[in-house]
Every structure is written in C-alpha cells, then in structure tokens.
Design a protein around this ligand. Structure first.
Ligand code: 1HN
Length: 351
C-alpha cells in the first residue's frame, strides 16, 4: 500500500518559511518520508569492492611520497562513494583503511575513543603494542585496539607490512565523541598476558579469580582461527555456514562493543545464501577467492580484496574453486544494532 503524499516545502509561502528559519524551526512533513521510508531504509552505503592488487601500488607509492613522520598512520582509506569519499566511511558506522608500515618505521603511541581492529594482510616482522602487550602481526591475525587503549606500531622485518584497519570511527565521530591523546613509547610488559587466553576452553583463574580486564585477549592468531574453521567443516559437514565469531573469552560476548567480527570458510564449490540483515557487512578475503552477489551488484574477490554490502541486502557467496576453500574475515555493526534493539534478519532469500 502506498502512503499518502505529504505537503512539500515549496507548498508553503516564502514568508512563512523565512519566519520559521529565523527561529531555527523546520516543518517535519516535507522530510518525513525521507527519514522514515516505507518498509526498509534507503541506505547511502553502496555495494563497493576494493581490489588489493590495484590499490597496493598506490599504497607503496604513499610510502615513497610521505614519510611516516608526516603521516603518523600511512593509510589509504577504503571510502564508500555512496557517502562521499571525503567522509571516509565504508558504511554508516564502519571505517576501513589499508595501512602501510615500512621496515624500521614506527607509528607513535596514541589512544583514542573509537575502537579499532587490524587484520594483517601481508608481510612479516611488524608488531603492534597495545597497553604494553606486544602483539606480533602475522597474516590473517586479528588484533584488537579497543577504545582508550594505548597503541603503536613497529616493524623489525625487511619487507613492507600491510594491514586492514576496521574502526567504528564514523559512529563515534557522529556522536561527537571522537578524540585522540598522544603519548610516549610504551614499556612492553614482559610476556603477553593475553597469550594464556589463546587456548579454547580454559581461561586464567589465579586463586579462583577470573580476570576483571574488559579486553583480556588482544591477538587472535590466524593459525588457531583457521584450525577451528577446518575442524568445524570436517566434524559438522551438515552445518550451513562454517563460521566462527571473535569473542571475549572471559564473557563469551562479542570481542568489541560496537562492531562484530567473524571468520567464514566457504568449502570448495560452496554457495552460501546469507539472509538480508539490518547491518551493512564487510567481507575481506584472507585466503582463496569468492564471488559476492547482492541485489544488482556482483564482485569477484581474490586474496586480500575487500567489499562492503549495505544492510537489508540478501547476499550470495560462491567459491568457484573445486579444490581450495575460501576464508573470509567478516565485520558488521550487529553488536551495536542488537544493543539498540534495531537488529533484524529478513526472510532467507531464494536462490
Ligand atoms: C588509528 O589510530 C590507526 O592506530 C589507524 O593504526 C587508522 C583511522 C582513524 C583514526 C585513528 C592506528 C586510524 C586511526
């Protein structure tokens, strides 16, 4: 059923509009359908893909053009044209960027209100120190930098290191709650306390006390996540999606409070139908390749490629390889939407 048409701004006399404006007033009805579209939102976020092999030379060129001291963080932002490139948004709440650190470089310590994670894309020998915990960066690892924690990046290797940054910056900025505090180099505190969390099923419990730390585990090594996925695929052949969620091992809750992260394995030849959900979703290929089809958009993603699909869009993933699995890193704002009560899954879609 179509909704009745409402009065337009132009229907009002100019002197009335001027009188409203003079008192910082606006009539609601000309804008009501825009802010409350019938049936489903009209997202600005467009289905967009970023090809790693195409952006990589430009990122390496940034390494020649801009010394780290002039960048602090040498990043090319994956910007969604639906929001306007200058807004630096992949979706309404998600920021994505590819960051380059060259051998011997150091990105100085700071802390800020937006939450960040890093998914390591290429290279060896870099590390990020998060609140005194030195986290090695290896391909496919996920490293958390939750709100308020000090972090800096260093690189002892001999080749460029690249990682994907995922932040809730657009949301925190929109809330007018985004700011940074600069700091000095951190002292690394012995061996990483977080390492003791990297074994499934047990958590440190000294003198019968569980940790009070909000973020006890900061590094999720890819070897372990990959092993969990391949084991799941082997032991549970009947399950529809071979998927694991990155969680806080103390609480079982999502690893961070605003954005949610998971890893997904597409078996060789597998087609996975993902229902329309209210969240925009980011897919990043850790290994292998997949096609992504969502409404009228379709992309072929290879290793290290990334795409963003708007919310309320059923999505089909297809791994065309008959021999190799595809491993994807997935990010969305489901934790936020669930807390706010607006998270929704629409009916499963038809193939
Ligand atoms: C940030 O702190 C990093 O620490 C990367 O590596 C990207 C984008 C916006 C705001 C802060 C980092 C960022 C960022």
């Amino acid at each position: 059923m179509s909704l009745p048409e409402l009065g337009r701004l132009e229907d009002l006399p100019q002197d009335y509009r001027d009188a409203l404006g003079a008192q910082n007033l606006v009539p609601l009805w000309p804008s009501l359908r825009g802010v409350l579209p019938p049936g489903k939102p009209a997202p600005r976020t467009r289905a967009t893909a970023w090809n790693y092999q195409a952006l990589r030379p430009l990122l390496l060129q940034a390494g020649e053009l801009t010394p780290i001291e002039k960048a602090e963080r040498r990043v090319l932002v994956l910007a969604n044209p639906g929001h306007g490139l200058e807004k630096m948004q992949a979706s309404s709440t998600i920021y994505l960027g590819m960051q380059l650190l060259l051998p011997g470089e150091w990105a100085p310590a700071h802390r800020h209100t937006p939450n960040a994670v890093r998914m390591i894309v290429e290279g060896e020998g870099a590390y990020t120190t998060v609140d005194g915990e030195k986290c090695l960066m290896q391909r496919g690892d996920l490293i958390l930098t939750p709100t308020g924690l000090w972090h800096e990046h260093g690189h002892d290797g001999d080749k460029p290191v690249v990682w994907l940054d995922v932040l809730d910056l657009p949301l925190v900025y929109y809330m007018e709650a985004s700011y940074v505090t600069e700091g000095r180099a951190q002292t690394v505190s012995g061996d990483s306390a977080g390492l003791a969390y990297q074994r499934g099923g047990v958590v440190p419990s000294p003198l019968f006390e569980r940790s009070a730390t909000a973020f006890p585990m900061l590094r999720y090594p890819w070897v372990d996540v990959r092993a969990a996925l391949t084991t799941l695929a082997r032991t549970r052949p009947e399950i529809e999606a071979v998927q694991v969620a990155y969680i806080n091992p103390e609480t079982g809750a999502d690893a961070q409070k605003i954005l949610g992260f998971s890893a997904l394995m597409l078996r060789p030849g597998e087609t996975l139908l993902l229902p329309a959900r209210s969240t925009a979703t980011v897919f990043h290929v850790i290994e292998g390749g997949t096609s992504v089809a969502a409404d009228t958009s379709a992309f072929a993603l290879g290793e290290a490629d990334t795409c963003c699909i708007p919310g309320y869009t059923a999505t089909t993933l297809f791994n065309a390889s008959t021999s190799a699995p595809c491993f994807l890193f997935v990010a969305d704002d489901a934790p936020l939407q669930k807390k706010l009560g607006v998270y929704e899954v629409r009916e499963a879609h038809k193939a």
